[in-house]
Write a protein that binds this ligand. Sequence first.
Ligand code: ADP
Ligand code: MG
Length: 678
Amino acid sequence: MRLDSSVSTLKGVGDELAKKLLSVGVNCVGELIEYLPRKYEDYSQITAISRVRPGPVTIQGVIKQAAGRYARRGMHITEAVAMDDTGSLKLIWFNQPYRVASLKLGQNYYISGDFQLRRQRLGILNPSVELVSDFPVNTARIVPIYRETKGLKSAFIRKLVRETLPLIRSLPETLPVWLIKQEGLIPRADAYESLHFPENDAQLQNARRRLGFEEVFRITLASLMNKLELASEKSLSIPFDEKLAKEFVKQLPFKLTNDQRKTVWQIYLDMQKTQPMNRLTNGDVGSGKTVVAVMAALMVIKQNLQVALMAPTELLARQHAETIHELLDPLGMADKLSLLTGSLKPKQKKVAHERIKSGDINFIIGTHALIQDKVDMHRLGLVIIDEQHRFGVEQRKKLQAKAGHMPHVLSLTATPIPRSLALTLYGELDISIIAEKPPGRLPIITKLCSPNSRPQLYADINQQIKNGRQVFVVCPTISESGALPLQSVEAMHAQLSRKYFKDRKVGLLHGKLSSDQKDKIMQQFLAKKYDILVATTVIEVGVNVPNASVMVVENAERFGLAQIHQLRGRVGRSNHQGYCYLVMGDSSAPSRRLRAIETSDDGFKLAEMDLEVRGPGAIYGTLQHGALDLRIAKLSDIKLIAAARQAAQEFIDRGEDLIQYQELNKHVMQLRAITNLN
Ligand code: ADP
Ligand code: MG
């Protein structure tokens, strides 16, 4: 047996079970070993029968008699009696007719299960039984519970993993010896054995620490290596023109916030270097990132180099082009700007391309298609990425190939990134945070609603529409699925347009529409062709509809706080008071988590809370990448993360050669390709 042997080589795994294992991602023995328990149940204490109390118990005894019979409605019941020196009790199995034949009367067994009264029977219900041995798998120990599917039960998985134990025990070490010593980590083989067959809590904790450490170490090592590699690339130094910056700031209709000023300054320092900038500006919705980006662009344009701004959708690109046009106009630089999107006519495109080539245009705004396009980018100095997380090494290399040098890269995001996450997943980025909001903003009024308060909610909405405002209604799913009692955009749209808002115009938007269709509907909403837009979270990203004042989130309990915060940032973007109604799926009391969003307007705080309760996936709904999910380490474990991060730095400082660590190398290389989420 080897790690890459198929699971079919294990005893008891036929085609059927192999398929089931495959469905949970287990194809070979190595993947089975990596299939870690979800939780544990402690059956390690053996209790004398006379002292058994209701609840989970383990006894050790002899099985005296066993008989099976069919009861009403075809139910099969097996009953047996177990005995030890202190007494006897009943074992009861429902619908497991094979039990009788498998029990060896008179033999000594470990028996674990729930001792309780059910259907007038007092006994251990559906117990696990196992002949007494020094390595019980299903009883008389801390028992692992795996993620199960129909026909694939933990008891069976345990048996399979037990078969691989010799292989687990010979798992090779993956981390450098000095590191293991320095951090007091247990050997990798021991860690896997303990996670599958823990003897006590301390063992479990040591195992988790060992594997969690390795997990974070790999990710941070990958991002540090990416950072180093990028720093060795050449880019063009962009000098700081103080006069131009002052002139720009002077004509703005507002004063920059301190955070905006600090961020701009950091960017200017970065861009003066001949190493490429890789900076993420992280600021809540409405914190004023656009001005910051434009100030970065100014210096590049001044050098007669090019700036490319990429937005996630065409509509957003158009909105940016308009805003930026206004910002540049007073400096007489607006004619340096061009929108370049897929919907331009071939002729317009050709003109734009020519003007870009001639240096007539320096500031190009478009979608991601920009970099695939036949744009002449040999003078590209700066790339700005708005709300777009998927811009990594690949794209950067492409641009480098076109330009002959690495452009500086500035990413903008409104997704609040907690510090712990920034240090791990985003380790290769320099981050500027704009925490401060421009003064004078009206905070959005947020209310939790039970589903029976809909009449009042719809009356409030109607009033807003009467006042000329518009409304977003966000639902978690597209269509009714039956399985989950969740609001779907289709059902909600039908209900609102046919029942509650018959005289209003209700639009529908979701991710299954083509991007052209989505753009068109958003455009129509913007032009007030709809009063209400029922949508999935596709509207989360960036579009500015200043006239919208109400955001309704259905099944609010299903969303992450950071996500709700983003959604509510879609309204209250003008001088109209914004409202956010969070409608619960049922009328039970809302969680503390949801209560928090009623009172807090701090995106970072909410993101931290999400991270604690729901893990990084909740924050990065759009950005989930299986390989980046921490399986063992917790991002809330600041100490572990700091230690692993420091170790990764030390690994580099020592001049260690990754090639020497085959397994580690394999993982780090994979991660290097995907940690570039900036
Ligand atoms: P976001 O960070 O969400 O991209 P924007 O750049 O779209 O935010 O800015 C939101 C609004 O705030 C814009 O109308 C912008 O003109 C305005 N704004 C930006 N900075 C300031 C400031 N310092 N004071 C007042 N208003 C500002
Ligand atoms: Mg923005």
